[in-house]
Design a protein around this ligand. Structure first.
Ligand SMILES: Cc1ncc(COP(=O)(O)O)c(C=O)c1O
Length: 481
């Protein structure tokens, strides 16, 4: 692994005040939500900005630089996920995977209205669930291998049963490549073969996959692959929708305006005959798209196989280290292959309290609650809720306890995550287990289930104020006038 790249992220040296009066380095274990910015890509884009222009301008030199850099960006993204540019299109879209999922759900439901069933897995993020519910009559959830706390990957046999049950009616299957909760990797190649056997398309939500696992669309024959730039070291970049040219060309456009038409008169308009143009109404997020392509170029130079190997090793070590915590429950089938995320609870302690203590006393940034995957998390918590129901509690006390426990803590990783970060997390969790009664006294529980420290204020304006930064920048501008 290229050590220089591992250290080349903005925010690895961020320090905050802690509740114990000390100042500590932030340990960023929330990459599943958003990754940190890769500095070389960011720097390259700052340089490009001297040439910034609109892609819809064509004649002047900056417009030419912008257009050719954007063409490079499209091709770079396709190459990164092994998508032949004669067969696939890369479109930049909206805020992230959510925008891409909405676009495909809408496009495919209008393209094949007679096929009104969509199959999604039981581990989907809401962004790869609700768009399909919105545009299709029936959405069926594919069961997973294992069950409850030990839920695993998508069960191929159950998927086949669902295809048989809804014969000729399944428009497409939409599944996540990697779970945003447990980090479990799904068998997308096998699913593609099965889907095509039943004349269904396959959409892979690659939000949690693209930064961690090598993807080769050509060999997997995947119809659509969606991801978010902010989850692959390019915060501020657009969402990405990669799809087969043949299918996208047949889809009705969903956004209309400049850039996607061939000709317009008062009486009518003719759409561009280039499917890529038809998908890009309006001015795209040019710097964001270029930055994303620079990130992907940098990752390619390291090699995604190398990154995958290294991250799997990190997760394996993390699972081993975390199992030193006496009361930890780690969710997800043990034997499943995972990357990027580990979801857990400390038995008997609310996830909101654990996450707050990790932040306030240890400077460790994690995510908690249900990670926009409510059905999946709920399913994995069933056994714990059943145990709680067996405790002799009145209804109100039981309801309060269940509310406190309805969720998990997630530690999620990126290229910059180190063994030292994992050691810090393990040490902090053992400290929480050992001292939970003392910690408890320092917190007030809020109505929404979160915990606030009684005296320590970790709110944003204690640590950072954008207007202060703008003032400083404006002053420098004034001085240099
Ligand atoms: C698996 C998965 N799909 C989709 C999304 C939605 O991504 P975005 O918010 O960038 O649209 C996320 C975000 O956490 C995710 O983890």
């Amino acid at each position: 692994m290229n050590k220089t790249l591992k250290n080349a992220f903005i925010g690895l040296n961020t320090h905050y005040k802690l509740a114990n009066g000390q100042t500590g380095r932030r340990v960023y274990l929330d990459s599943g939500a958003s990754t940190l910015m890769m500095k070389p890509a960011y720097d390259a884009v700052q340089t490009y900005l001297a040439h910034y222009a609109n892609t819809h301008s064509t004649v002047h030199t900056s417009a030419k630089i912008t257009s050719s850099t954007m063409t490079w960006a499209h091709n770079r993204v396709l190459d990164f996920i092994g998508a032949d540019k004669n067969e696939y299109l890369c479109t930049f879209i909206g805020n992230g995977t959510t925008a891409a999922a909405n676009r495909v759900a809408e496009g495919l439901s209008t393209l094949r209205p007679e096929k009104d069933v969509v199959l999604i897995s039981s581990m989907e993020h809401h962004s790869n669930d609700l768009p399909h519910r919105a545009y299709s009559k029936t959405v069926a959830h594919i069961p997973l291998t294992g069950s409850g706390q030990l839920s695993g990957q998508i069960c191929i046999k159950s998927l086949e049963d669902l295809f048989e049950q809804h014969k000729n009616k399944v428009n497409y299957v939409a599944i996540t490549g990697v779970s945003n909760v447990t980090g479990i990797i799904n068998p997308i190649h096998e699913i593609a073969v099965l889907a095509h056997r039943y004349d269904a398309y396959l959409i892979v939500d690659g939000a949690q996959m693209v930064a961690h696992v090598p993807v080769d669309l050509n060999s997997a024959d995947i119809d659509f692959f969606l991801f978010s730039g902010h989850k692959v070291y390019a915060p501020g970049s657009p969402g990405v929708l990669i799809g087969k040219r043949s299918i996208i060309s047949a889809m009705q456009p969903s956004q209309f305006g400049g850039g996607m038409v061939g000709s317009v008169s008062k009486w009518g308009y003719v759409l561009s005959d280039d499917p890529l143009e038809r998908e890009h109404a309006g001015t795209p997020n040019i710097p964001g798209a270029i930055m994303l392509a620079c990130v992907l170029e940098s990752l390619s130079r390291v090699g995604m196989q190398t990154i995958f190997k290294q991250e799997r090793h990190l997760v394996k070590n993390a699972l081993e280290k975390l199992s030193n915590c006496r009361t930890i429950i780690i969710y997800g089938e043990q034997k499943s292959q995972r990357v990027a995320s580990i979801a857990f609870n400390l038995k008997g302690i609310g996830h909101g309290l654990v996450a707050a203590i990790l932040n306030d006393y240890h400077g460790i940034a994690v995510r908690n609650q249900c990670f926009c995957a409510h059905p999946y998390v709920q399913e994995m918590l069933t056994e714990e809720f059943e145990e709680l129901a067996c405790e002799n509690l009145d209804n109100d006390a039981l309801e309060e306890l269940i509310q406190d426990r309805r969720g998990m803590v997630r530690a999620s990783f990126g290229l910059y995550t180190t063994e030292e970060d994992i050691n810090e997390l393990t040490k902090a969790l053992i400290d929480i287990e050992d001292n939970i009664d003392t910690y408890h006294k320092h917190y007030n529980k809020q109505k929404d289930g979160s915990y606030n420290h009684k005296t320590f204020d970790s709110s944003a304006n204690q640590s950072f104020n954008i207007l202060d930064e703008l003032d400083k920048a404006l002053k420098i501008c004034e001085k240099s006038k």
